[in-house]
Design a protein around this ligand. Structure first.
Ligand code: ZN
Ligand code: ZN
Length: 141
């Protein structure tokens, strides 16, 4: 693919462009598929037809979701982060409400579930994570 900041060809897996040091998909000055110059708010590349809005900023960060689950999972924060509001509310309600009536037992169970989910997130590859949790919106585990 091509760096969207400087238009140089970069490795598909590159986290930063070797030529300019910017994450290759962070800017919008060049098409990442063919390297032609693009306008910042262009939705499609006029040269190769590839979508210029997909892939970069919208995609959820696996690492962030995993760490949120592990450290703040008892509150369902990682669910909200991934856009699973229903699951997030359930976790929060069980953890706080259920925790009160069970002397913290329900909170501990939720925290363990979240911890397991966080570990699962982190063991997935970026592509798997994207497909399972961002595109298919798998709510649990
Ligand atoms: Zn660059
Ligand atoms: Zn293009």
């Amino acid at each position: 693919m091509y760096c969207r900041n400087c238009g140089k060809e970069v490795n598909e897996q590159a986290v930063a462009c070797p030529a300019c040091g910017v994450p290759p998909l962070a800017e919008k000055k060049f098409c990442n598929n063919c390297g032609v110059e693009t306008a910042p708010n262009q939705a499609l590349c006029t040269q190769c037809g590839v979508s210029l809005t997909a892939g970069s900023s919208e995609s959820k960060n696996k690492m962030a979701a995993g760490l949120l689950a592990i450290f703040l999972g008892g509150l369902g924060i990682h669910k909200f982060y991934l856009g699973y509001n229903k699951e997030g509310v359930i976790m929060l309600a069980v953890s706080l409400g259920g925790g009160l009536v069970t002397c913290g037992l329900a909170s501990a169970v939720i925290a363990i579930i979240a911890l397991i989910e966080g570990v699962i997130y982190l063991t997935k590859s970026d592509q798997e994570f994207e497909q399972i949790y961002v595109q298919n919106q798998k709510g649990w585990f």
